[in-house]
Write a new protein. Structure first.
Length: 288
């Protein structure tokens, strides 16, 4: 009798909800002053290992070739990840990308993607801060963390610089954002370029984390933005300056903030737990 009652109870249990399908991500590469042929496979692997994403790659023609053949369809994707720093996209592609993000699409700007498109107004609003590409005070202010707050500094000077690559401490400035919630407030990042002196419109921008650009390594002597979120229309943008080398991309801090940032850009939420091997202040933590 008890066995029959148990079987009836099991049969009456509600069916388990099917797992949500992974989010579709589009990763763009093809031109870069960095080794995109090496970094794109790592980005794809890191995102897909979470089980939250399937990643398609759209590769532009090489520099000097006919860019009119580059016609990605952004509409089918929850998030677009840029590993691109090269010639301007066709005007129709720029317009389609602006429409995609403004309409609620997610966007992740990875490392040198913030060097791209200095003349594209909407793109610079999306990324908030950019470097190189002849950016100067006309591009917008410098943004630094001083005396407990973010400071916009409008003065003449070039945009974009870094000193000697080295391991450095990343300090969270917004502990309550879904991307950073639960992460150690201070952690050590692997040997990497520490971007400084970025400048741009910096509107609708929230700086999640900074790092000190030490003059001893050729830096600017300022606490510089490393991780940022931005709003563009109804879209969400996550901007990470980290990840120049494969070594830097092996840092657990880089990988976790990248995947959490991509999930937030795609959905507005972060469901990923903080892994036990996330770095602390005293030591780098790596995954191969």
């Amino acid at each position: 009798m008890l066995r029959r009652a148990f079987l009836l109870a099991v049969l009456c249990l509600p069916a388990a909800s099917p797992a949500a399908p992974p989010h579709k991500a589009l990763l763009i590469d093809g031109q870069n002053n960095h080794k995109w042929q090496e970094t794109t496979p790592v980005l794809k692997k890191v995102l897909e290992e979470t089980g939250l994403f399937t990643v398609d790659v759209a590769t532009t023609p090489p520099a000097g070739a006919d860019m009119s053949r580059f016609l990605p369809d952004f509409a089918g994707y929850a998030v677009v990840v840029s590993n691109y720093n090269g010639e301007p996209w066709p005007a129709a592609v720029q317009a389609a990308f602006e429409k995609y993000v403004r309409g609620g699409g997610g966007f992740v700007s990875y490392h040198a993607a913030n060097n791209a498109f200095p003349e594209w107004k909407a793109y610079n609003e999306m990324i908030g801060l950019g470097g190189w590409g002849n950016r100067n005070e006309k591009a917008g202010p410098y943004v630094r963390f001083r005396d407990g707050k973010m400071v916009r500094e409008q003065k003449p000077g070039p945009g974009g610089h870094h000193g000697k690559a080295h391991a450095f401490v990343v300090t969270l400035r917004d502990l309550g954002h879904p991307i950073t919630a639960g992460l150690p407030p201070v952690w050590m990042h692997a040997v990497d370029e520490l971007y400084d002196s970025l400048r741009g419109p910096a509107v609708n921008m929230n700086v999640l984390a900074t790092a000190y650009s030490d003059p001893a390594t050729g830096g600017a002597g300022e606490h510089e933005p490393m991780l940022m979120t931005l709003g563009y229309g109804n879209g969400r943008v996550f901007h990470t300056t980290l990840g120049h080398y494969l070594e830097a991309m092996s840092c657990v801090g880089f990988r976790v903030t990248l995947t959490r940032g991509a999930e937030w850009a795609a959905t507005g939420k972060v469901t990923q737990k903080v892994p036990g091997d996330f770095p602390k202040a005293g030591a780098v933590s790596m995954r191969r």
